[in-house]
Structure formats: structure tokens, C-alpha cells
Design a binder for this molecule. Sequence first.
Ligand code: UD1
Length: 419
Amino acid sequence: MDRLIIRGGRPFSGSVQVAGAKNAALPVLAASLLVGGRVSLSNVPAVTDVGSMLDLLRMLGADVTEAENGRLSLSSAAVAGSEATYDIVRRMRASFLVLAPLVGRLGRARISRPGGCTIGTRPVDLHLQALKTLGADISQDGGVIEVAAPGGLSGARVVFPTPSVGATHTAMMAAAAARGETEIVNAAREPEVADLAAFLTAAGATVEGAGTHRILVQGAQSWRPVAHTILPDRIEAASYMIAAGMTGGRVEVMGGRLEHLGAACQALEEAGIRIFPSDRGLIAERDGPLRSVDVTTEAFPGFPTDLQAQFMAMMCLADGVSVIRERIFEARFMHVPELQRMGADIRQSGSMATVRGVKALHGAQVMATDLRASMSLVLAGLVAEGETIVHRVYHLDRGYEDIDGKLTRCGASIERVRG
Ligand code: UD1
């Protein structure tokens, strides 16, 4: 397993091109199963989760051609497989996103129930609720979920008790394949939901209200070939802004968009990082000492759970005490013991962590546990005294494109040891 060796203490400065958002690319790729004609995508990030989704699509019978620079083209004309096995779902939870398009396309699907993961239990009840409301029969046998809608899905009113990004994606894809109109109430409002809506609309469905609590979908009468550009990755953008803030550097994140990062930018500014727009994205630079800020993760437009670990790494070095509350995933604090190994003063109690800023972090051997937790360790390594070795880097490769290259080009001393 690869590991990263980081020698801390250099300012992170320069320009970084933000990749396409993994969390937008995965649902759009899954939704491609609905489209009979050719789908051409740009700005697809070169990360291993996308590779896993492409493997799954090929397994189901899709014809995928990958080109350079984030472009790919695929045709689902020959898709006949309707099963996603445990092997693939275990590798990547987002494999579950193929369920609705398979049911919409073939009238049936079998998929392994995803297990828990390091950040919490992560149920799929809301995905299944949406499919059931649209007329699918659902049965579960051991770890396998079987969904059938032999007469097709029918538009209906789906009311979510709580907003879920994945379940909103599932509901939109099912609704796009259904006869008639679907209303999705208490939908997730994340930019990645609007990106899938734009894709489905370009391909032949009509989706209105994405980005608000209420989405209206008219099922597609027919599907047409579609070209779509994946939106930039707001979490990657903010992670590099934090890198500049922690190390006292200045970075331009090309492709960063303020409207996707309102709550995050507000917290960063309160922490002492100046953020302003450039022609190509956003510029972030440290403006004086780091200050402690309290944050609570919330659904969009609140502070994203996917930035909680990175923000905590920064708070480890801020003046004062910061209280960080995790409201989305109950167990998303796997980075805490690893940051403590580097000298951080963090006390965790349930879903709350209290971080008391220290003067310096020191290099240590640390273990990446999940995607965002891993990034927090890299960020801590950039500023720590001495050498930090981050083990199990495959977690980072799942969601950060060319992480070693991007860090190196902005002045970090980072080396990947393969094996
Ligand atoms: C997506 C993102 C992930 C991000 C998360 C929250 C992808 C591939 N992943 O995950 O990076 O951290 O949004 O922004 O886009 N829930 C249920 N029942 C369900 C589904 C979800 O109770 O059927 C709960 C979850 O346990 C969680 C909350 O809803 O507490 C929000 O989760 P959700 O928005 O669904 O996250 P994902 O779509 O899995």
C-alpha cells in the first residue's frame, strides 16, 4: 500500500486547478445507464472512485471510451446486466446509485446492501422509500436487495423525512425514468444535485427546482445523446484553501466557486484567511494569525461534513478553543486520534470535538482512515515540524486527483512511496 512522506514547514502557494467533483461525476455516470444514446462527459476527475464506477458500468454492459483530460464517452445501449454484487458495492458505497437507473431502464435490479463504513452506519432506507413510492416492489434476501417494476415506474410525491444527497439522486433518476410527474419534497440542495438535474434535463427529462427543497421531475418521453461538463469539486477547492491558510501561503484555486462554498468561506474568513474571487476561481491567503472558530456540519448550504476533518486540522493550530460538531455522520472523527499523534489537543465527546490550538504539530506516522480524514492528515503534515508519513493513501486517491502533483507544484515537499 502506498504511503506519503511529507516534510512540513513550507508555505503552500501557487495555483491549483480544481478537478471535476467526484460526488457529481458518480451520479451522472450512474444516470448514463438510463440514456440509450451516447453520453459525452468532460471534467471527469481522475480518481479511483470514478474508476470503480466505470468498472461497474462496464460489468453491466456499457461501452466506455476514456480519453485524456477528463473526457469520456459512453454508451449504455447494450446494458443488460442488472446486478451489482457485494464485491463492487463494498469497494465503493456510491455503487448503490446504479439501482434506480437499472430499475428505470430494465424494470428490475439486484444490489448488495452496502455495509457500515468508518464514518457511520449510512443506511439506504430513503433510497428504497423513493423507489417504493414510485411503484417498485422491494424485497430483501440476506444482504441482497431486489427491486422490480415490471410495468415501469410511475410519478408520485416523495417526501423525505430528512434531506439526503444520495436518496435525492436516486429519486431524481427514478423519476426521470417514470411516467408522469414526480414531486420530491425536502430534497437535498447540494450543488451536485443541481448538476445531476442539468444532466437529466439535457438527456430528455425535465427537472425543475434542483437546489431548492422541492424538485419537480417530468419523466423523459425519450432519451437523447447528451454532452455534459461535471461541475468543479468544492471540497477539493476548500481543502487547498485550508492548505494555504494553515501554512501561511497564498493559493489560487482555479475553478473554485463562492456560491458553492458560502458557509465554508465564512468559517475560513473568521479563522483569518482572506478569500476573494479571481478571473479563474478563488484566491485564499492567510491574513494574520489563525483564530479559532466553532463549526457545526449541516446539509448544504451549511458547513459541509466533507470539510470537517480538514477544518479541524487547521483549528489544531489556531489561537483559542474551537468546538466542532458533526451533525451528518455520527462517527466521523477517525482523524482525531491521528491528529493527536501529531501533538494536537483535541477532546472528543460523542459528536462534538473541542480543539485547543497548540503552538506546533510534529511529524508522526499516521493512518489514513477515510477520504476526508486522510486529507486532514496531509494538511497537518504540511505544517508539522519534521516528517509525517501517511499510510493507506488509497483513501486519498479515491477522491483527490493528482494529489502529490498538485501539492508539489505549490511548494510542498511530498514523496509517494509505492508498495
Ligand atoms: C454524500 C456524499 C458524501 C457526503 C454526504 C453528505 C456522494 C457520493 N457522497 O453521501 O461525500 O459526506 O453526501 O454531504 O455524493 N441517510 C439515511 N437514510 C438514507 C440515506 C441517508 O438516514 O437512505 C442519512 C445518513 O445516515 C446521513 C444523512 O442522511 O446522516 C445524510 O447522508 P447523505 O446525504 O445521504 O449522504 P450520501 O449521499 O451517502
